[in-house]
Design a protein around this ligand. Structure first.
Ligand code: URA
Length: 261
């Protein structure tokens, strides 16, 4: 393949994944960065490197301060305010805090990875290309933004949509856990590897984790919540062949909802 064809296909791939704006003053050779040991963007098919292991639930002193801030929040407005004041996440330089969208009374809470460019602009999760696909997948099982609640494991966009680091995820985790406690959903849906391994506290990739129910629990919950992981919609845009498998996961979610609590 000609190198211009390679560049165009790489560019197209980035646009489909939601990276629709250039960052930085100077052009960067991202192929070279990758070969020089910089991690490539999240790919559900890649096995996890040891340094990508699931962030520990409740780790450092920094996490302890995040936890006391998060635990003090008695409702979602207070949690959002606490996050706005929180300085412990290295991603805080993003344009906007992307907190949540949808219905806080919903039976289903979906948790993705991190805001992309469009989410950073609008301050809402899943409003870019992968959000459009997510909306279609939800419609297919009779749900929409009025009947689900959507957030991410990170509340700020990583620069250039790069893969979030375990430290960044850990710094937000107490807020994510409190978020789940306050919404108290009937079902939790984890979109993609970072959300799945963080909240399941497991090191396997999404290929292994998806499609199985497990019980999510945290200290402040009155009862465990059934949770299921599935592919991230950005991955499905790149690998449409996996939509069939994701459809099976969505049917499992629909069946669980019909079954009731
Ligand atoms: N991808 C995510 O994981 N979350 C968003 O909000 C947008 C894209």
């Amino acid at each position: 393949m000609e190198s211009t064809e390679v560049s165009f296909s790489h560019l197209r791939w980035q646009i489909e994944a939601g990276a629709n704006e250039a960052v930085g003053e100077q052009p960067r050779n991202r192929y070279q960065e990758t070969t020089m040991g910089r991690p490539p963007p999240s790919d559900p098919e890649l096995p996890l490197a040891p340094e990508e292991a699931a962030p520990k639930r409740a780790a450092s002193a920094e996490t302890a301060s995040a936890r006391s801030l998060a635990d003090a929040a008695k409702n979602l407005d207070e949690l959002r305010e606490a996050l706005a004041l929180y300085e412990g996440c290295p991603l805080k330089g993003a344009a906007r805090l992307v907190f949540a969208d949808g219905n806080p009374q919903a039976r289903v809470m979906l948790i993705g990875e991190a805001p992309g460019a469009e989410e950073d602009r609008q301050g809402l999760p899943f409003v870019g290309p992968s959000g459009k696909l997510l909306d279609r997948m939800l419609t297919a099982i009779g749900l929409d933004r009025g009947s689900v609640y959507i957030t991410n494991v990170l509340f700020w966009r990583p620069p250039g949509n790069r893969q979030p680091t375990p430290a960044e995820i850990s710094s937000c985790l107490p807020f994510v856990e409190r978020h789940i406690e306050l919404v108290d959903p009937e079902i939790l849906v984890l979109l993609g590897g970072p959300a799945a391994k963080t909240l399941m506290a497991r090191n396997e990739g999404i290929m292994k984790l998806r499609g199985k129910w497990f019980e999510y629990e945290s200290r402040g919950m009155s009862r465990p919540c059934p949770a299921i992981a599935t592919f991230h919609p950005a991955y499905l845009l790149r690998s449409p062949i996996q939509k069939r498998t994701a459809w099976a996961d969505f049917l499992a979610i629909q069946a669980k909802l019909r079954q009731g609590r």
